[in-house]
Write a new protein. Sequence first.
Length: 134
Amino acid sequence: YQFKSAKEKKIIWIAFIGLSTFSTGYSVFGNRELFNSLPMVLASIYFSVLSSYLFYKKAVDPQQDANDSFYIVNGAILFYFSSSFLFFAFANYFIRDHKNLLTMPNVHTIVLAITNIAYGIGLWVAAKPSYGVG
């Protein structure tokens, strides 16, 4: 999906560069005793908002050509990053309780598996049949 206006592109690039700069600075100079969850929370918010914005743009302007695979892949992105937001936003609270420490990666793995299945379905739906074979 291509953004039409230069203003949309500029806002997205400024947010992306700001997020990248903050994440790099936090990784280098941040608190090393805590899990690096703050940049992941911000990245999850960024990509969730971007994915939601794409759904909004498709709802407002349905004239643009979009097939089912667009909605499946964009839905998978929204699902993954909104789930990651919850996972990483509360990571520091769960890490203090060592009983939950081993279950957190399992939850993230299940979310990632569901996302990858949705990616596969989206790519399968988007695949064009080859008529020259046979």
